[in-house]
Each structure stands twice: as C-alpha cells, then as structure tokens.
Design a protein around this ligand. Sequence first.
Ligand SMILES: O=C(O)CCC(=O)C(=O)O
Ligand SMILES: [Fe+2]
Length: 282
Amino acid sequence: MTQAPLSADQIDAFQRDGVLVVRDFYEIAAQLLPIQTGIHNVIGQVMARHGLTDSRPPFDPEKFDDGYATLIGKKRSWGGDVYDAVKQIPAFIRLLADPRHEQVFAQLRPGSAPAIAAGGYGIRIDNPAEDRFRAGWHQEYPAQLRSLDGLVFWSPLRAVTKDLGPVRFCPGSHSAGPLPVLAEPEPGSERSGAYALRLENEPQLLARYGEVAPLTKPGDLVLIDFLTLHASGHNRSTRSRWSMQFRYFNFNDPIGRAHGWTGSFAAGVDFRQIHPELCADL
Ligand SMILES: O=C(O)CCC(=O)C(=O)O
Ligand SMILES: [Fe+2]
C-alpha cells in the first residue's frame, strides 16, 4: 500500500477552504512530458490536416505548443481541432486514471466510491485576450452534475504567472451549498451551455468571501470542491495558458444516485430539468 497522498494538515485545509494547492504532485518526466509531447504532435497533425508545412524546431518542453498560435492566427476554428484532439492523447488518459486520484478522493471523502466523470476531463487552452471561453464565477456542480460532492483535479502544463491569468477562488464558499443560478443566457451573449450559467446575485455573493489566485507550475495540483466558487483569470500575456482538468464524483452520493449520476450540458442534459429548484429564472 503506497502512502496516502495528502497529509492531515492538507485534508484540514481542504475541508476549510474547498480548494487546496498540492505542490509537485505529478512526476514531470514520467507523467507530464509525454502529454506535452503528445500535444506537440497533435499540433503537427492539425497543421497537416489543413495543408500547412510543419517547419517547427524539434520538441522543447518550454515551447510544447509551438505552432498553435500560428494555427489560430490563420483560423480560430483550427484551435478547436487541437482542443478536441488533445484529450485523446493516451498519456493524458493514463494520467486521468492515476490511482492517486482515487486515493485523494477517498481521503477527502471518507466512505465514498470514487468515479471518473465521463466527458468531465480535458485540456483547457486559454488564449491571450480571448473572452468567449473564459469561465465566469461558478460552482462546478451545475456544469457537471454526476454528484454533489465531486472534485476537480486542476493542473497546469505551463507555469502560470500573474499575466497568464491564474484561476480565481473564493476560499470557504463551498460551505454555502449549491447556489441558485440563472440558466437563461444573457441577451446578446455568445456563451452557451454551462458557459451561459450565471450565479444569482453574483456581486452580493462574491462580497461575502475573500479571493485567492495561486500561481502554479507543471507538477502542481489544485483540488477544487464541486461547490467552491471559482473563475478563469484574464490572460494578458502573449502565450496560451494550458491546463488539465480531471473531474471525479462519488457513486455513493444520494443526490447523484437519485438522478442516475447524469452529466450536465456536455452530456446533452438540461440542468433545469434535473434541478429546477436551483434555477432562479424558471
Ligand atoms: O482554468 C480555468 O480557467 C477554469 C477552470 C475551471 O473552471 C475548472 O477547472 O473547473
Ligand atoms: Fe470550473
């Protein structure tokens, strides 16, 4: 039996804050480099698909996304090709199922039966000065469903400096429980699905909590309770912010069990039908 990944202090901090940074959780050489190499290769594949010559220098971990900015500069939707493809890199799926994720889940949720949320994993690419896919303030539960007591495992593939727009969190906000949302998209908004959900009375809610935006580097893990308020930062740099998200839920949670552990928008489900009582605009 390997040692439990989290210390007692880390468990306490997570229960108090609903968010925890675990430094150097993943192994760079064994776990992350194969993913960065895979991304580099996928970018080459997408270039080939659109008839571009791949004249990039050989793979360099600091510049694993070489060519991506050129691709989206030519056509933004080619970036969508990359986004869809990278979540099918075998090394990424291997990391998704890292047994230590289950161990962490079991430590934070004693008595749980941990599960991987289908469609709840991916690699975000937050491009400089792009607003459309930036996540506004939200709790994960309405966007993912599956179970109320889930966890997001968030980890960067590039060092997140202040100008890259670190994710923002309200420590302690998970204690409020699931919060009412407005499911009707804002008029004129380009956002759809989970991106269109807005918190009811957002300014008043946020005023209740402090805010942290930890800087992280490859290998670090950020654990996020499905009920903790968080939002994407603004990328004001000239490079894309690449980060991985793995979402786990609990088969034993009575609310998840009652709705059959259904997924949310990404699974083609209308959140309003599952939790009408949480929709303030119904
Ligand atoms: O990386 C981001 O900007 C947002 C992350 C997020 O909302 C999540 O991982 O659930
Ligand atoms: Fe989120």
